[in-house]
Structures are given as C-alpha cells and as structure tokens.
Ligand binder design. Structure first.
Ligand SMILES: Nc1ncnc2c1ncn2[C@@H]1O[C@H](COP(=O)(O)OP(=O)(O)O)[C@@H](O)[C@H]1O
Ligand SMILES: [Mg+2]
Length: 383
C-alpha cells in the first residue's frame, strides 16, 4: 500500500517529469499485491481506468516483460494495454521501474499529436531511474519512522496503563473494601452514610475515567479539527485547574485546508502536555497557546506566566526532564517524529515558553492521506 507521502512524492515527480519531455501525459504505474495502479499522472489524461490486475491483462503482460518500449501509431496487440487504460493516443513510451526488491512499476509517456523523438526516450529513461531512487529512499525513511513511531506508542501505552492502574483501579479497590466493610454495619443510618460515601467515590472514578478517555483520543480532533480540539482543552484546563488559557490560531489557509492528521495530533499532544506541565509545576495564572503557519513553516508555542523552569541540572542532559520518553522528553520525541524541533526556555517577561517548529515541505496533504486510506475516489489520486 502506497503511503500518503509516497503518493505525494510520485505526484510531485510526475509533474516534474512532464516538464522534461515533450509529452501530453505522464503516468507512474506501481505494482501492488498483484495489481497495477496508476499512482500518479500529470498532463491531460483521459483515462477511465486506474487499477488493472497483473494477471490476464495486456498491461500486466507489458509490465512482466520488463522492457522499454516506443510505439508510434500503436495498433492491434500493441495497443491492447492502452485500450485497457482507456487512453487514445498517437504515440507511447514505456520504461520499467525497478524498486530493489520492493516490487516494480512503469513510467509511461503519451502523445496525441505526433511521435516521440530520441531525446524523449532518453529523458524518460533518466526520469524512471530517478523515480525509482526517490521511491526506494522514501520507503526506507518510512520504515524507520514506522519503527520509531511504534516504540514511542508502546511507551505511551505503558504510561496510560500505569495511569489507569494508579488512578482508577486503586481508587475502585479502596471503594470495594469500603463496601465490603459496610456489609457488617447494623445501624441503618450508618449503613446509608457508608453507601453514600461509596457512591460519591464511584462518581469521582467515573469522572476520572471519562477524563482519561478524552485525553486518550480527543474526538474533537478528528471531527472538528485542531482549533476546536484545542479550545476544548483550554476549557478543561480552566474548569479543572482554574488556569486561564487563551488560544490564538493563524493558519493562513483561506480555503479551510487542514494540516495533515499526524501533524494535527502532534501539535495537540504537545500543547496538551505543555498545559499539563503548566498546571502541575508553573504556579501560573494564565497561559497562551499560539499556532501560526507562515512561509511553509508551522509554529506552535505555549507560554505561561509562572515561576519558570528549574535549574538546568535538574532537567537532565538534554534539558528536557529526566522522565525518559514521557513529559518533556516525549514532547521532543513527538516533534522529531514529524521532522520538527522543540525548545523549552524562559518566556520574555516571566514564566516558560515551549516552542515547536515544523516545516511543511514534503508533508502529505489531507487529500493524499485520505486517498491513501482508500477513502477518496481514485481520480483524486492522479489529479
Ligand atoms: N511550565 C513549566 N513551569 C515550570 N516548571 C516546569 C514547566 N514545565 C516543566 N517544568 C519542570 O520540568 C520538569 C520535567 O517536566 P516533565 O518532563 O513534563 O515531567 P513531569 O511533568 O512528569 O515532572 C517538571 O518536573 C518541572 O519541574
Ligand atoms: Mg509533565
């Protein structure tokens, strides 16, 4: 399955490739689990079909032959794969893609007006080599990211498990004990009081669990987006901790385009953790969360008016706490996973600022992500 960033890369490359040679249409076809898929196309494509099985198709036969091909006025058997794609053309060039044991594919150039010339063939060959190289490189980065991300998630689960254990299970254990003891009370008045205490405690435990669940996966983030999810976070901090949180968001996206899902949840988590730290350690009365996007760079900052960070020697070698993987270390790890950087430091007047900077270059668009997850019509892929 091609990932969002792979699709993104291929689309970018298809556009560039089209500029390199005199063609009307350029296609990048990738083999995945027995199917050939037009992963990206540039130019004026009029194809009806974007996925063709390798077995039993003319396109599949062409792919399996692994050969370069130049066709002028293709007819009959030569043109069968073009018919499969629903493309009406005057000339076609095909170059195989070899992806170092990660499957393969083809790049295809099409013209409706006239034939291709020698330099076009050379250009397509060079283009095929560079597509293959970039895709293989992208995949190895992706694999590293996946592995790293999985470890981070595992650590996080451990943390939640501990939280559930320490907070809820122990609390409920204590309530059970109280209830068991209440069984032996003869006096009805005393019994009623004991039951009331347990009921109160259960109510608290339910509230606590509810809070934990919202923290685990804020529904607002998926449904309403980053701004709404952060507003909800601010309201909670206000209600529970009495902290006055204001949110300033300036994403400069007139058409309401959203950041990709990974980046949104990274920003959310970092702000969440920073606000938790403000409530727990800063002795602050207010905090400001600001998120901006300018010149292809997203910046997020959480600034409080509290007592400031403790001395550096209490914050470990990287200046981000000693909690290995949680807290400030975890925030930095999340930032690095999206190719960004995180900084902790004193705020301009008093208190602490946590700053996140993430370049947007090379990140998948929401569309590409949705398409990669199979949610969008295939046409959206090759647009
Ligand atoms: N906004 C803040 N203001 C003051 N001190 C802070 C702030 N954020 C973090 N700290 C300090 O940094 C330490 C490390 O934070 P963190 O890594 O999140 O671990 P934890 O919150 O579990 O203590 C905290 O114990 C606290 O002393
Ligand atoms: Mg913390």
């Amino acid at each position: 399955m091609l990932s969002g960033s792979e699709l993104w890369l291929l689309r970018l490359m298809a556009d560039r490739g089209l500029a390199l040679l005199d063609a009307d249409t350029l296609l990048i076809v990738i083999e995945e689990r027995g199917e050939l898929r037009v992963a990206a196309s540039a130019g004026s494509s009029t194809m009806r079909v974007r996925i063709v099985p390798v077995d039993g198709s003319a396109l599949g036969e062409l792919y399996l032959s692994g050969q370069s091909l130049a066709l002028d006025r293709p007819r009959g058997k030569d043109a069968a794969w073009l018919h499969e794609l629903g493309a009406e053309v005057r000339a076609a060039l095909v170059e195989p893609l070899s992806l170092e044991g990660q499957g393969g594919g083809m790049v295809i150039a099409l013209r409706t007006g006239g034939g291709f010339r020698g330099p076009d063939r050379e250009a397509l060959k060079a283009f095929a080599t560079s597509v293959a190289q970039r895709l293989v490189a992208e995949r190895s980065v992706e694999i590293k990211r996946l592995r790293y991300g999985m470890e981070a998630r595992e650590r996080e689960r451990t943390r939640w498990a501990r939280e559930i254990h320490d907070e809820s299970i122990q609390g409920m254990g204590a309530l059970r004990l109280r209830l068991a003891n209440a069984r032996d009370i003869d006096d009805p008045q005393q019994l009623r009081e004991a039951v009331d205490v347990v009921l109160d405690g259960l109510g608290n435990e339910i509230d606590g669990l509810r809070h934990l669940i919202t923290e685990l996966r804020p529904a607002a983030l998926d449904d309403l987006g980053l701004a709404a999810a952060l507003q909800a976070l601010a309201r909670r901090a206000q209600a529970i901790e009495g902290l006055d949180v204001s949110i300033e968001i300036e994403l400069g996206q007139e058409d309401g385009r959203r950041l990709d899902a990974e980046l949104e949840s990274t920003i959310y988590r970092i702000v969440q953790e920073a606000l938790t730290n403000v409530s727990r350690h800063a002795e602050a009365t207010s905090a400001v969360v600001s998120i901006t996007e300018r010149d292809g760079v997203v910046r997020a900052a959480v600034t409080d008016d509290g007592k400031g960070l403790p001395d550096a020697d209490r914050l470990g070698p990287r200046g981000d706490g000693l909690e290995g993987g949680f807290g400030m270390g975890g925030m930095r790890e999340r930032a690095e996973l999206v190719g960004g950087e995180l900084e902790f430091g004193p705020a301009p007047t008093k208190g602490t600022t946590v700053r996140l900077v993430v370049p947007l270059a090379g990140r998948p668009s929401r569309e590409a992500e949705a398409a990669a997850a199979g949610q969008a019509p295939l046409d959206a892929l090759a647009r």
